[in-house]
Design a protein around this ligand. Sequence first.
Ligand code: ADP
Ligand code: NI
Length: 217
Amino acid sequence: MHHKEKIEETATFAEKLLSSDASGHDWFHTKRVWKLAKKIGEKEGADLFVVELAALLHDIWDWKFHQGDETAGSKKAMEFMESIGVDGITRDKVCSIIQKTSFKGARVKEEELSLEGKCVQDADRLDAIGAIGIARAFAYGGHVKQPLFDPSIKPILHESKEDYFKANTSTINHFYEKLLLLKDRMKTETGKKMAEKRHAFMEEFLEEFFKEWNCGE
Ligand code: ADP
Ligand code: NI
């Protein structure tokens, strides 16, 4: 099987696994991340085979939703890549990206990533901000039954991933705890540029939200 066919097989596999998700990790998210990561990877001169595989497999088993097993996603990705004959070096590169890419709290030190990892992480983060990011945040908020906003809960810049994941928060707070921080944490020049407009749109959204919250016009 050639690289192109392996990518197609992987896309079919990811689509099957992710087609029924309603928490914001659906197949269309993965499809957008795949496209964005490829675009960034092309501009940055990354190994596109690694970029595309990692983008397609990055969310197949989110440990937040699966009893906290952090390695489950990369194990499943590893098995799948073996089954379609992806070579060992590529498999290790892809799995390392899958394990490191996720946001784990504002004050948690970010892990070192390969160029390919940077492309995938930037793509995943672009899909967490802007209009799509806003929609996904509220979809996630509904999924975990947290309030849209509660002025009595203050945003926290989390020191550990445990605190971040069990935080009692609101979806509006999530903007201050993660989404508005992403623009300055983009890892590639291409990603940084792409984040600007999406970031500005979220700021505009929040301004309108608070105006309306206070029943202004
Ligand atoms: P990452 O891609 O960094 O692993 P996650 O899987 O944690 O991101 O999040 C997936 C989506 O759900 C993102 O768009 C993210 O902003 C959103 N999300 C995560 N936690 C919350 C939360 N507490 N409130 C609202 N949205 C959230
Ligand atoms: Ni993702």
